[in-house]
Design a protein around this ligand. Structure first.
Ligand SMILES: [Ca+2]
Ligand SMILES: [Ca+2]
Ligand SMILES: [Zn+2]
Length: 564
């Protein structure tokens, strides 16, 4: 009998709750380590919910810029629960999209310090009328008397943050720390937001909020985004697929290496305005010993990378380029940040590592244990999933927990199914033979999410069925310490809505609508309901009111029970 493979993914149910702020660690490597932290922080709804208000301004404005946007908000301040929007909001950026709409994003500030997660965007139609306003604004912070000076120093905050997340000495980059106003459990703090990024077998890219006066660690969460997490076990592997790939590589004459001469590198510098596509070798280390992240640039003494050891690197390199081309051609987006940032991947991460992740800066792939997964870079949809996390980081910034986290995961799966366009499964090319034989032929399914079980520990939090949910009736009400509150589980409800819409209008239009929602309307604390408004509005922007596309978008969401 085959071993049963269980997927450590979480589940939850209950009403739609949003903007949940609570600490957690995504990696299921040592699930109990965080329980303690988690339990002392029970979330209660704070001020500042994402909103979306449709408007149609009667008169055209002379211009659509931050001054006009602030004036508009000032004239309607009661409606938006703002006191002094012209003082409390500062221009963050103004973009014009291909439909001629202008989006003026304003960051909430107090005493010149940003209010974390609170920004308001005024959307103008192409004839400069305010069409809608979205975002979130913390009216309590605006009115409350809060300290403007910190008694703690930035370096003290970094020390406390590193202790809180048990960071090793060796970090990916030196932590940065900056002052923000932060709302947690209904209390507002002047806090240092500290970023701590490290590798090892339990990598972390943590945001830690330290009260700037008391030194208390208010909140912490891990932004590393995993495909999934499986325990490694020994088994026989099948190596990566065997496709013959054409690659863009570079070579150089290297005198510093053991065998001086010309070396060839998985570094692609052939794309104009792109910093490059780089593929690195972690040499089966975890990044905490002799091989430091991101590893060494993958190289070969000749232009052919044909050893079996090369194969995960070949796939990572090739698939990165495919995903880059997708975002450029379909969405006119130049790389992850839209500005041509380098696309980096590391392969051979750790040993038998059954996962892939985006750590905030790059993609990382394990080799799999050969029993559940083959090397994970073999999946084009996996590469698209991970790179889409990067796009989300640089656009909506969806927080990686509860519903906003489930949206973050869902957008990654949806782009996975759009780039790898022939099917609606995620991970069908990375399943090892044992897994396939046990009936696990993909990691997740957008067309039929409920064909797979979520794993026993999540079952009690759902409807008892123990399957991935396809409808809000099957929603899993999970605590933060289980899959960050169900980010890989409840995502399947959104996945399925996208599938239902896509079957009606095709993947190209589906991609346009979802991409627009992600980059124009969604905000860090968006919940499913906010996503519904954002997706429908995006379809209306692109295809018109009452269009078949807008109808299909709404229909997909209705069918999974996201009706308002
Ligand atoms: Ca496929
Ligand atoms: Ca697929
Ligand atoms: Zn993910």
């Amino acid at each position: 009998m085959k071993k049963k493979h269980v997927i450590p993914v979480a589940v939850l149910s209950s009403a739609l709750f949003m903007g949940t702020v609570s600490p957690a660690q995504t990696l299921a490597v040592s699930p109990n380590a965080n329980t303690e932290v988690v339990q002392k922080k029970v979330h209660s709804e704070g001020k500042g919910k994402p909103f979306f208000v449709k408007e149609m301004q009667a008169e055209k404005q002379k211009s659509a810029d931050s001054k006009a946007a602030k004036e508009f908000l000032n004239n309607n301040k009661a409606k938006f629960n703002m006191d002094k929007p012209e003082e409390s909001l500062e221009s963050a950026n103004v973009t014009k999209d291909e439909l001629g709409m202008t989006h003026v994003k304003l960051q909430q500030k107090k005493n010149n310090i940003p209010v974390e997660g609170n920004e308001v965007t005024v959307h103008y139609s192409s004839d400069n009328r305010v069409q809608s306003v979205s975002g979130q604004f913390n009216e309590a912070i605006e009115k409350e008397g809060l300290p403007s000076k910190a008694s703690l120093s930035a370096s003290e905050s970094i020390k406390l943050a590193k202790e809180a997340v048990k960071a090793p000495d060796q970090l990916v980059e030196s932590p940065d720390s900056g002052l923000v106003y932060y709302s947690f459990q209904g209390e507002n703090h002047l806090a240092y937001k500290v970023n701590v990024n490290f590798l090892g077998d339990n990598p972390g890219n943590w945001s830690v909020y330290v009260d700037a006066n008391s030194g208390e660690v208010i909140d912490q969460y891990n932004k590393i985004m995993h495909a999934q997490d499986y325990k490694a076990s020994k088994g026989s592997g099948i190596g990566v697929l065997g496709d013959h790939r054409k690659l863009h590589i570079t070579h150089k004459n290297d005198k510093s290496v053991q065998q001086p001469g010309t070396n060839f590198y998985l570094f692609d510098n052939s794309h104009e305005d792109l910093e490059g596509i780089y593929t690195y070798d972690m040499k089966n280390q975890w990044g905490d010993s002799d091989v430091q992240f991101p590893g060494v640039l993958f190289s070969s003494p000749n232009a052919s990378f044909k050893d079996s050891y090369d194969s995960p690197a070949v796939d990572a390199h090739y698939n990165s380029e495919q995903v880059y081309e997708y975002f450029l051609e379909e969405h006119d987006r130049n790389s992850i940040d839209g500005e041509g940032m380098a696309i980096k991947s590391s392969v051979h991460f750790g040993q038998d590592y059954n996962n892939a992740f985006w750590n905030g800066e790059q993609m990382t792939y394990g080799d799999g244990d050969g029993e559940f997964f083959v090397p994970l870079s073999a999946g084009l949809d996996v590469a698209a999933h991970e790179m889409a996390h990067g796009v989300t980081t640089y656009s909506a910034g969806l927080k990686y927990r509860f519903q906003s986290g489930a949206l973050n995961e869902a957008f990654s799966d949806i782009f996975g199914a759009l780039v790898d366009e022939e099917d609606w499964e995620i991970g069908e090319d990375i399943m090892a033979e044992d897994a396939r034989e046990s009936g696990r032929t993909s990691l997740r399914s957008l067309s039929n999410p409920s064909k797979y079980a979520v794993g026993e520990k999540y079952t009690p939090y759902g409807d008892g069925n123990g399957k991935y949910p396809s409808h809000m009736d099957e929603y899993y009400d999970l605590p933060i310490n289980l899959d960050n509150g169900g980010v890989h589980i409840n995502s399947s409800i959104i996945n399925h809505a996208a599938y239902l819409t896509g079957e009606q209008i095709g993947k190209d239009k589906l991609g346009q609508i979802y991409y627009r929602a992600l980059t124009v309307y969604l905000t860090p604390d968006s919940d499913f309901s906010h996503a519904r408004e954002s997706l429908i509005q995006s379809a209306v922007d692109l295809y018109g009111d009452n269009s078949a596309e807008a109808q299909a978008t709404e229909d997909g969401l209705n069918q999974v029970g996201i009706t308002e």
